[in-house]
Design a protein. Structure first.
Length: 160
């Protein structure tokens, strides 16, 4: 087990942040590395602070529950598929770079390249899949599953 550490005064000064605790009491959070069947992500024994919804998706207003102490600020970062962007750069993969330059979701864009789908149609299928009352056509389900397969390719993990 590794105890999460408070950022040093030097790193806070370099980042321009006054806050030593980013959300709640991060310096008290106990983290452990856990390998699961699904991912190799770090797991927290407390609240998963990295999974707070984005502002436009916060239907339950969870973000309003976090209030910084007087004189402190929260700093929010969204790395938006950073690993895949770094991989595209490092590998100089023309298809990945093209998908990123178009502003597409990297996994949906990869699925479009792999299966020759129209990106806008794939996005519609993905949006429809989020609606619990929607019934997907066979083609829409195939498009949804193609993104999942492309994600597995991108992260080098089998889909089963």
């Amino acid at each position: 087990m590794v105890k999460a550490q408070r950022p040093s005064a030097r790193s806070r000064a370099l980042s321009g942040a006054r806050s030593a605790s980013y959300i709640g009491r991060c310096n008290d959070m106990v983290c452990s590395s856990v390998k699961t069947e699904v991912s190799d992500n770090k797991r927290s024994d407390e609240t998963q602070r990295q999974n707070i919804p984005k502002p436009d998706g916060d239907v339950y207003h969870l973000r309003e529950a976090f209030i910084p102490r007087h004189g402190y600020k929260f700093i929010v970062f969204d790395y938006d598929q950073l690993e895949m962007k770094l991989l595209a750069h490092a590998s100089n993969d023309k298809n990945m770079i093209d998908v990123i330059n178009r502003g597409w979701d990297i996994h949906a864009g990869t699925a479009c390249v792999m299966y020759n789908y129209d990106y806008e149609e794939l996005k519609k299928a993905l949006k429809k899949k989020k609606d619990p009352n929607a019934v997907l056509s066979e083609m829409e389900m195939a498009m949804y599953l193609s993104r999942q397969a492309a994600k597995a390719v991108g992260f080098g993990r089998p889909t089963c």
